[in-house]
Design a protein around this ligand. Structure first.
Ligand code: RFL
Ligand code: PHB
Length: 389
């Protein structure tokens, strides 16, 4: 089998890249190690920046998102038991779209199937070869039989634990990492959201987040210990802890119900540099991770893919500049989102070694933040997403 671009991974990065390349007439094959149902079962992001919405539109998969997604003009910060609204739209002229990663993935998968574009699921032992020379190719096993795909380029869209970054010689790559001393326990339930906008809470018992997927489906998170196991958290224990962290008037409005899903995610900041190795390009979580506090992971994956799509399109139109500039262009935006996610995480969570001084510093910064137009604008500009330059 031969194609122009071999894409490893059918998460949002791989599927979006495949859709955009196909629109530009560039042939591609996606190779994914899991089943489609497994990929759709992962509950992750919920907030899309305008740049992500624009890329989904460019890929021709935006219609259900515009029908069912919820545009949000603001977001709330809660500390000291009081809620404060940040007027995202008033401060920046932009808004965000609340539409789940599961739905984005489903729309991209459905469009790919409808267009009859090739995608291989349940590929075993995927390996990438020859990307430092002129014969890049991918091998895997299907039903015990070895398969081979030759390509002009390989796009590593295979997430943090993927094979692409791991195949790069260690001396060719630089890694930067911070692991945080807590996790997020998430719960999804078919109950109406406690508020029509998201609420990020700083509380002495730990961070909490009130998010949503629709008017009838809520997503809540609690800062938890890295030692916690999801089985130790009954639904009742989750709801009771969330109520303790919400201001009493908000807790009184909370509708609880049985969970559809509960999981614990560790928090990490991570960047691999550069993002190009000969004919292999990394995109999305394969190259970087942000803690979810700033809602940036999926959005960064989308902007990487936007840059890579433009670079490959330029290449196939006869200009080499785009491919050479991909890594630097993408990393420029990534580091700014890394900074924002690290800052918001540091501001909103209880750190085991923070002590009373740490808590006072957070309180002083939060009080300043919600009283300063300049500080709120800085937060809002980053939250709605910096431009793709
Ligand atoms: P993914 O989604 O991990 O997809 C990678 C795909 O590659 C496959 N794969 C392989 N395939 C073939 N061969 C191999 N050897 C392979 N190894 C792996 C995997 O099976 C998978 O299908 O990476 P991608 O596409 O780069 O997308 C990144 C996003 O998923 C991620 O950044 C976001 O989910 C992060 N994130 C959030 N991002 C936001 O923008 N806004 C949010 O509100 C937000 N909330 C979140 C989040 C992530 C969370 N968790 C659980 C980490 C909330 C949470 C709780
Ligand atoms: C989510 O709805 O899953 C979500 C929203 C905002 C975040 C992180 C996660 O910052």
């Amino acid at each position: 089998m031969r194609t122009q671009v071999a894409i490893i991974g059918a998460g949002p990065s791989g599927l979006l890249l495949g859709a955009l390349l196909a629109k530009a007439g560039i042939a591609n094959v996606i190779v994914e190690q899991r089943s489609a149902d497994y990929v759709l079962g992962r509950i992750r992001a919920g907030v899309l920046e305008q740049t992500t919405v624009d890329l989904l539109d460019a890929a021709g998969v935006g219609s259900r998102m515009h029908r069912e997604g919820l545009p949000h003009d603001g977001v709330e910060l809660c500390f000291g038991g009081e809620r404060h609204r940040i007027d995202l739209h008033g401060l920046t002229g932009k808004r965000v779209m609340v539409y789940g990663q599961t739905e984005v993935t489903r729309d991209l998968m459905d469009a790919r199937t409808a267009a009859g574009l090739p995608i291989v699921y349940e590929a075993d032992d995927v390996r990438v070869h020859g990307f430092d020379g002129s014969t890049p190719h991918v091998t895997w096993r299907a039903g015990g039989v070895e398969q081979r795909l030759d390509a002009d380029f390989i796009a590593g869209c295979d997430g943090f634990h993927g094979v692409c970054r791991a195949s790069v010689p260690t001396e060719a790559i630089q890694l930067h990492e911070r692991v945080y001393p807590f996790g997020w326990l998430g719960l999804l339930a078919d109950v109406p959201p406690v508020h029509h906008e998201l609420i990020y809470l700083n509380h002495e018992r730990g961070f909490a987040l009130c998010s949503q997927r629709s008017h009838t489906r809520s997503r809540y998170y609690l800062q938890c210990s890295l030692d916690d196991k999801v089985e130790q958290w009954s639904d009742d224990a989750f709801w009771a802890e969330l109520k303790r962290r919400l201001p009493p008037a908000t807790a009184a409005e909370l509708t609880t119900g049985p969970s559809l899903e509960k999981s614990i995610a560790p928090l990490r900041s991570f960047v691999a540099e550069p993002m190009r190795f000969g004919r292999l390009f990394l995109a999305g979580d394969a190259a970087h991770i942000v803690p979810p506090t700033g809602a940036k992971g999926l959005n960064l994956a989308a902007s990487d893919v936007g840059f890579l799509w433009q670079a490959l399109d330029e290449h196939y139109r006869g200009s080499a500049g785009g491919l050479d500039g991909y890594s630097e262009r993408a990393l420029h935006r990534i580091w700014k989102a890394e900074r924002f996610s690290w800052w918001l995480t540091s501001l909103m969570h209880r750190f085991p070694d923070g002590g009373s001084f740490g808590a006072k510093m957070q309180q002083a910064e939060l009080e300043y933040l919600v009283s300063s137009q300049a500080a709120m604008t800085t937060l809002a500009e980053n939250y709605v997403g910096l431009p793709m330059k």
